[in-house]
Design a protein around this ligand. Structure first.
Ligand code: PCA
Length: 209
């Protein structure tokens, strides 16, 4: 049986009609990368549900790598996240709900490091001419929430998957005509970045034997 890579993105939020993270994830569903099959899922921007679904997808797919994507409008480069924290801010989700608590897992570890080789992913992207940087904060909204949830699920259940998270910039069509100075990146470049990140992750699996 072909081993799987779980790739997640998000539905649109905050008044946007499109979310590049969900679009790029969907566009790679079923693709073969480095001999592994990509299984893509789009998560809702909803406290509670997003975590439940993330855990369910991990259990169903049993992937070797979990790479989640999210939009960070305003960031100019591909941000490869290093840290997931056990904290939620007070941002409203797509149903208008706020997180009831300011932690994700009661008495859970304060933070997890990504287990994909985040620094190597950044290095490889920049070598390919795709602007990328290591980020030390995934924020305190739904992206950090699913990143931490995935790390915790894998860790507490003794699963084998490497976990990573990438924040992507807005698409040019999202910022065109807005009259604001917001950086953007073409969807094809974002897609290539995600493929490269998965390839780097796969290489690190092989290195570990
Ligand atoms: N970005 C948000 C949540 C969904 C998304 O695409 C975030 O950065 O938390």
């Amino acid at each position: 049986m072909e081993e799987k890579l779980l790739l997640t993105g998000f539905e649109p939020f905050g008044g946007d009609k499109i979310n590049p993270s969900g679009e790029v994830a969907k566009s790679l569903d079923g693709a073969e990368i480095g001999g592994y099959q990509v299984v893509s899922r789009v998560l809702p921007v909803e406290w509670g549900t997003a975590r439940d679904l993330m855990e369910r997808f991990i259990d169903e797919v049993d992937p070797l790598i979990i790479l989640s994507l999210g939009l960070s409008a305003g960031r100019a480069e591909i941000s490869v996240e290093k840290v997931a924290i056990n904290y939620t801010g007070k941002g409203k989700d797509n149903r208008g709900n706020v997180s009831e608590r300011n932690y994700i897992i009661e008495n859970g570890p304060a933070a997890y490091f990504a287990t994909i080789p985040a620094e190597e992913v950044v290095e490889e992207l920049n070598k390919k001419g795709i602007p990328a940087r290591l980020s030390l904060t995934a924020g305190a909204y739904l992206c950090n929430y699913v990143f931490y949830s995935a790390c915790h699920h894998v860790n507490s259940r003794g699963k084998r998957a490497l976990v990573g998270f990438i924040h992507v910039p807005a698409l040019p069509e999202m910022v065109a005509g807005k009259g604001q100075s917001v950086p953007s990146m073409h969807v094809d470049l974002i897609r290539n970045a995600v493929i490269s990140a998965l390839e780097t992750g796969i290489r690190s699996l092989t290195n570990c034997g």
